[in-house]
Write a protein of this length. Structure first.
Length: 369
């Protein structure tokens, strides 16, 4: 009897279309902007779970069972001159977030010890300021990077804001910096609603200097800030165009006192769908689930890997808490995933560029800076 089996509202044509797109990506092909937007607009749970299943296959195909773990140290906290609407550390808002100057060597070396103990690949020094110029502060930052590198326990990463000179990026590289975190935050269209004290182009320019210095790029964004699905899709294609190596997906955790404090959280399935869409668009990149994971996904956290995530921010975030790293390591073990990423050098990723062949491609603009 077929009657009950066929009496369903599930649209089988979506299943076939998803399969065709998934097979194409698995075979080394790419999906178009229009196809990606169709994925972002999937609505039924049957379609979204189908999408997740393909994203999982793509992750496994390109990444195996390796999961890249990162942690961060808040290397200079609070009193930031910028007005990013999601951020507890902006001096424009009253959030009660801690404030202190640039970090001494001890907390950084303690973070490296802890990372080493927990199979965490990288420790990133994150500073709450607009950016980094030449001068004594750059010297101090380079000292911390050199110490981390010399310790040999973890990959030294940093997220130090906007860079306006090639020399600054070159100095960071010489000190031993391997990867720099600099999110695009959202689409070019939506960016002015997140920040007006610097621009999307300031961020692209910084990434251009870093790439020219030979530093790997960790760049992603935040979802749940009131942006549309089109904005999320545009962000993913921008990240493809700039050749980001690691793509952090943060999920807004609204901070009391910031302009975004009253935004409603995204539904869990919308978050998982977004991660899966990113995996389709960025099949070889490390897609890292970062801030807002615990509070937004709760019991569904382990589903991020089925949605295509291949990297995880562990330990506490800059101003909010995460679940204990032991719990994350247990989650990976339970899923048969391996956090040991030591010898990985990003060589499994595509070269920078989106592969579209268009002369006006933003990748060319960024790469030629
Ligand atoms: S996100 Fe960074 S640049 Fe923006 S306010 Fe926060 S610390 Fe400053």
């Amino acid at each position: 009897m077929l009657s009950t089996m066929t009496a369903t509202s599930v649209d089988a044509s979506s299943h076939y279309k998803l399969s065709a797109l998934g097979e194409r990506v698995l075979g080394g092909g790419q999906i178009t902007r229009a196809e990606a937007q169709w994925l972002f607009n999937l609505e039924t749970s049957a379609d979204i779970l189908d999408l997740l299943s393909w994203a999982n296959r793509i992750r496994e195909h390109f990444k195996g069972n390796k999961i890249h773990l990162c942690s961060i140290v808040n290397a200079k906290a609070g009193a930031c001159s910028e007005n990013c609407s999601f951020c507890a550390q902006s001096s424009h808002y009253q959030t009660g977030s801690p404030k202190y100057g640039f970090v001494d060597p001890e907390p950084v070396s303690e973070a490296a010890d802890e990372a080493n103990l927990n199979n965490v690949t990288a420790v990133g020094l994150v500073a709450a300021w607009k950016g980094l110029n030449e001068g004594p502060m750059l010297d101090e930052v380079c000292d911390r990077i050199r110490e981390l590198k010399a310790g040999g326990k973890t990959r030294p990463d940093a997220s130090l804001g906007i860079i306006k000179k090639q020399e600054v990026a070159n100095r960071l590289k010489e000190a031993g910096l391997e990867c720099y975190g600099h999110n695009l935050e959202s689409s070019r269209r939506f960016f002015p609603q997140t920040c007006t004290t610097h621009t999307f182009d300031d961020r692209l320019e910084t990434i251009g200097y870093l790439k020219k210095a030979g530093i790997k790029i960790c760049s992603g964004g935040i979802i749940g800030m009131g942006e549309t699905r089109e904005d999320r899709c545009d962000l993913a294609f921008e990240l493809k165009a700039i050749g980001a190596n690691v793509v952090p997906v943060n999920i807004l955790n609204p901070i009391p006192g910031t302009p975004f404090e009253k935004l409603a959280p995204l539904p869990v399935m919308e978050i998982l769908k977004t991660i899966a869409c990113f995996r389709f668009i960025l099949p070889r990149q490390e897609i890292m689930i970062a801030g807002g994971r615990t509070v937004n996904l709760r019991d569904a956290q382990s589903m991020i890997f089925m949605a295509g995530a291949s990297a995880l921010m562990v330990g506490n975030y800059l101003t909010t808490l995460n679940q204990p790293v032991e719990k994350d390591l247990q989650m990976l073990k339970d899923l048969g995933l391996d956090p040991n990423w030591d010898s990985h050098d990003f060589s499994d990723q595509e070269e920078a560029g989106c592969g579209c062949g268009e002369k006006s491609c933003e990748a060319d603009a960024v790469n030629s800076m």
